[in-house]
Design a protein around this ligand. Structure first.
Ligand code: MRU
Length: 359
């Protein structure tokens, strides 16, 4: 996608010595990039959310493993880098998927071949992510086209939560890919952007992306979605996901479950967009998904831009009160209208997923 007319991916190689990423902790106030030279740099970038979003976390970890192989390509170093990167964030399964793919690719090759192979494999993961997200966009476009036809010339209103756009992937995004393609196809649409407390990925990242692409949108408080659904102002919801279990349960950014409940109560279709690398076939139900607990600072403090242009972090809660900060929740499959994947749209059931992704 483009920033100020220039095409960017969220991660790209600098020769074979380093990778460059967009520093998402500084958006939307500043556009800055960061160079990652070691596996430790990549692990830190994932942990501190310089990069975030399930597919991008996987891609960054893949490059982290590739950078580790440049320093030491022994089996012990491979396992150590794999484990250190895997420990960075617990919920997005794309991390495990990408690291397993990298290790499987390298395992049976001689040490001297591993660095080059790893670099090529990480690049392939990125290129595939772009193609997969584009395909999700095409399949989602079919749904948006049909929904727009029902509107008889009126604007199609879509609600999304968190950021599942191009900044969460290598390019295009998952939930936002259909929206970009629909916008480009001339469909009249408007997006309700949940601010997505506590880190505000909606207000800071989704709004930044949509604005950059010229898509009409409005930021709303997380609590406002149900009200707009009752008022008939939401035609459908599309969200991304960090892990889908075999039965179709969906882990996504905290607050997604409440939005799905409100959608069900108001007969608003609720779609989840995902690449197949987000499916965790090893878990039968969402109850078993590890939910990341993050520091309460994210809840009790807020960072923003001062009138003079500088950034400042301020306390917004009663001094001394503790906070609890689960980063994800699980939406039961029964609340999901359908999955939009790179192979098409399916029911949010094991049979639906298996129909598209046989064993
Ligand atoms: O904590 P984050 O910002 O890494 O959260 C991940 C997400 O961006 C969302 O949960 C998203 O909806 C799924 S990732 C495409």
């Amino acid at each position: 996608m483009k920033i100020a007319g220039k095409h960017y991916r969220t991660i790209w190689p600098l020769g074979e010595e380093a990778v460059e990423v967009i520093d998402q902790t500084r958006l939307p106030h500043e556009f800055a990039t960061l160079t990652l030279r070691t596996a430790e740099d990549c692990a830190r970038a994932i942990k501190t959310m310089v990069v975030r979003g399930a597919p991008l976390i996987g891609a960054t970890a893949a490059y982290g493993l590739a950078l580790a192989m440049r320093e030491d390509a022994s089996d012990a170093a491979l396992d150590a880098a794999h484990d250190a990167l895997l420990a960075t964030r617990p919920t997005a399964v794309n991390l495990r998927w990408a690291l397993k793919r990298m290790r499987d690719r390298l395992r049976n090759h001689a040490r001297e071949e591993r660095a080059a192979l790893a670099w090529a494999e990480a690049a392939a993961i990125c290129d595939e992510d772009v193609a997969v997200c584009r395909a999700i966009g095409e399949h989602g476009l079919t749904i948006l086209r049909a929904a727009a036809e029902q509107k008889n010339g009126k604007t199609l209103n879509i609600l999304t939560h968190c950021n599942a756009g191009w900044l969460a992937t290598v390019d295009w995004g998952t939930a936002l890919a259909p929206i970009y393609l629909a916008h480009d196809a001339g469909i009249d649409l408007h997006v309700w952007v949940d601010e997505t407390r506590p880190r505000n990925q909606g207000a800071s990242l989704t709004a930044y992306e949509l604005g950059g692409h010229g898509v009409k949108h409005t930021i709303i408080a997380d609590n406002a979605g149900g009200h707009y659904m009752q008022a008939g102002k939401v035609d459908l919801c599309i969200v991304g996901t960090d892990r889908v279990t075999a039965n179709g349960d969906v882990a996504n950014k905290i607050g997604t479950y409440l939005k799905a409940l409100a959608a069900k109560d108001n007969d608003v279709p609720f779609y989840v967009a995902l690449p197949s690398s987000t499916i965790d076939w090893s878990l039968q139900s969402g109850r078993d998904i590890p939910i990341e607990e993050r520091a309460d600072d994210e809840l009790l403090k807020m960072t923003g831009r001062l009138p003079g242009g500088g950034l400042a972090t301020v306390e917004i809660a009663a001094p001394g009160s503790p906070g609890a900060n689960p980063a994800f929740d699980v939406t039961p499959a029964r609340l999901v209208t359908g999955f939009i994947t790179e192979r098409g749209v399916c029911a949010a059931t094991e049979a639906g997923l298996r129909g598209l992704f046989p064993k």
